[in-house]
Write a protein that binds this ligand. Structure first.
Ligand SMILES: O=C(O)C(=O)C[C@]1(C(=O)O)C=C[C@@H](O)C=C1
Length: 279
């Protein structure tokens, strides 16, 4: 592939919500968009230097975190969070022209999308089977290429790309459905925006008050936390790592002191994922 100056990886094919996020991000810089069929491949592409950056979904307002991204950032890949974008997510039910709602036997989409439309599917298509695909647009491709009465949950814009029809405009259960995307690069960038966020992942000893002691450091400094979540440490059942986002930048000396000194002493492992301007 001929390489432009700046390659941004996203979850393809054309027509995904990730592509919407990628285009929004690229309004600010000239990008060459490179499509991938898995989030891990995007991170691997960034780590290997094939891509300058990748854009990945990390959190949805209905379904919560995209666990795989957090696991990969905490574990095998030493990558940096450099930005975030919030994208409104409206799932439409797409069919081949002429297919009616009562005929639909199977609904295809990304597992996040199926889950965000769970109520709609139970109510409107209780007998239809669900098939998970690598993305919403990948589901649209399969529906377009099949002779079966199938439907895809995908952005309405994917209908034009793949010659489908929008049967139901909005199938998501929550009207303000929104997904947060992170821009991932290799090195961390200094955040100088008016409001910065910083993300870290840490572990603590299994003893009373261990997590409290970490949170206390933030409370004492009047630092506002914006997200905290535990994920399995993948060693033993009941062992966790914690992901925490807060308002502040790693260029602030007080934050540097907190991360490099105070938190280091009361955690058993600490990795800063980066600072970026709040969306
Ligand atoms: O399949 C897509 O269109 C994507 O961009 C992926 C993805 C996700 O993984 O969360 C992005 C936004 C929506 O939450 C549903 C699916």
């Amino acid at each position: 592939m001929e390489r432009g100056v700046y390659c941004l990886g996203y979850l393809g094919p054309r027509g995904t919500f990730s592509e919407v996020a990628a285009h929004r991000y690229c309004e600010r810089k000239k990008c060459e968009l490179v499509e991938y069929s898995s989030l891990e491949d995007i991170l691997r592409g960034v780590a290997s230097g094939m891509l300058e950056e990748g854009i990945v979904p990390v959190e949805n307002s209905t379904e919560g975190s995209v666990g795989i991204v957090f696991d990969l950032l905490a574990g095998p890949y030493d990558l940096a969070v450099r930005g975030e974008l919030l994208v409104p997510v409206v799932h439409s039910l797409l069919v081949r022209p002429g297919v009616a709602l009562r005929e639909i036997e199977k609904v295809l989409s990304h597992p996040q999308a199926l889950a965000q439309c769970r109520g709609f599917l139970h109510k409107e298509l209780p007998a239809a089977k669900w098939q998970e695909c690598s993305s919403t647009a990948a589901a649209a491709v399969l529906v377009a290429g099949s002779k079966q009465p199938w439907a895809a949950l995908a952005p309405a814009a994917a209908a034009d790309v793949y010659g489908l029809e929008v049967l139901i405009q909005e199938a998501n259960d929550c009207p303000d459905n929104m997904t947060r995307f992170w821009v991932i690069g290799r090195e961390q960038l200094p955040c100088t925006a008016e409001v910065c966020k910083t993300s870290l992942v840490f572990s603590v000893c299994d003893r009373p008050g261990a997590l409290y002691l970490v949170l206390r450091e933030f409370a004492l400094r009047d630092i506002n936390l914006t997200r905290i979540e535990s994920r399995p440490a993948k060693r033993r059942l009941g062992e966790y790592i914690f992901f925490l986002d807060f308002i502040g930048s790693t260029i602030d000396p007080a934050i540097q002191n907190l991360l490099l000194s105070d938190l280091k002493e009361i955690t058993t492992g600490l990795k800063v994922l980066g600072s970026w301007g709040q969306a």
